[in-house]
Write a protein that binds this ligand. Structure first.
Ligand SMILES: CC(C)c1ccc(C(=O)O)c(O)c1O
Ligand SMILES: [Fe+2]
Length: 285
């Protein structure tokens, strides 16, 4: 079993690195950690970076999870290969680009590019966003799934992920006490469906809603409150259609023995208990 210790970073290709950088700093509220040739790294918390935009195809979207031991990379590679997932070992220069000591890359059953990294760099410099969005850190990703039951089985049998709740057949998966770190999302194509940053308070959500709306950023869902994690939320569209979520007040599952996964309806009330309606294609099927 592959023990995922945390979600580490996402890497997104972009055709407009300057535009993406402007959005990430001035709108989303991240901090530039480093500008390199053809890429910009962003901080959202104590880590060296949690997002990297690089010049390339916007369809190139990678999510990375941290593992605790280097040996876990070898064990994971053996297990994944035996299950028919080809694994690539990152080179030293690729690891340096990711600011990790070592990593492997593979695809989940839907075809989402996944990396597992050992010793991602933490930063000696405090995160403070250019815009005060109240961000406390990068927290979870929504991953597209072309077969929810198959992908739930992959994440829960091959890794330590566990189902916290389901909305329809879409599971919210936890790897630690946080309600979810991976949200599987029904979609015929592979990709990252959304990128979540936690913010400090519900006021931060409402302030950002006003701020982003005033600047014609497309609102995708909310403000609202998830019945599942009980977090207040806002989803909006970033560069090249990527959806970003702020949420505040995500539930923690302190005592796993007392927690039973719950079933919510795959309809607006399953996603928001305030009555907000998602403007997301996959929801409206
Ligand atoms: C709309 C998506 C899949 C979703 C559903 C529920 C929560 C939550 O309980 O916090 C999310 O964060 C989501 O992104
Ligand atoms: Fe989310």
């Amino acid at each position: 079993m592959i023990k995922l210790a945390d979600v580490s970073y996402v890497r997104l290709g972009t055709r407009d690195l300057e535009g993406a950088t402007h959005f990430a700093t001035e709108y989303l509220g991240l901090d530039v950690a480093e500008r390199a040739k053809g890429s910009v790294y962003f901080k959202s918390d104590a880590r060296e970076h949690t997002l990297c935009y690089f010049e390339g195809d916007p369809g190139d979207q990678v999510v990375c999870f941290e593992v605790e031991e280097q040996s876990h990379l070898d064990e994971a590679a053996t297990q994944l290969e035996s299950l028919g997932h080809p694994v690539r070992r990152g080179t030293a220069s690729e690891a340096a680009l990711r600011k990790v000591h070592d990593f492997i890359a593979f695809r989940d059953p839907t075809g989402n590019p996944i990396e597992l990294a050992w010793r991602p760099a933490y930063s000696g410099r405090r995160y403070h966003g250019a815009r005060d969005a109240g961000i406390t850190g990068f927290s979870h990703v929504g991953l597209c799934s072309s077969d929810l039951a198959r992908d739930e089985a992959f994440w829960t049998k091959v890794t330590n992920a566990q189902v916290s709740d389901r909305i329809g057949d879409a599971p919210l998966l936890r790897i630690d006490e946080v309600h979810h770190t991976i949200a599987l999302f029904p979609s015929p194509k592979a990709g990252i469906q959304h990128i979540n940053h936690q913010v400090e308070t519900g006021d931060d959500i409402m302030r950002s809603h006003q701020f982003l709306k005033d600047r014609q950023v497309r609102m995708v869902f909310g403000p609202g409150r998830h019945p599942t994690s009980s977090a207040k939320f806002l989803y909006f569209e970033g560069p090249e259609g990527m959806v970003f979520e702020y949420s505040s007040g995500v539930r923690e599952i302190a005592d796993e023995l007392l927690w039973r996964e719950r079933q919510f309806m795959f309809e607006p009330k399953g996603f928001c208990k305030w009555g907000a309606k998602p403007n997301i294609t996959e929801f409206n099927k």
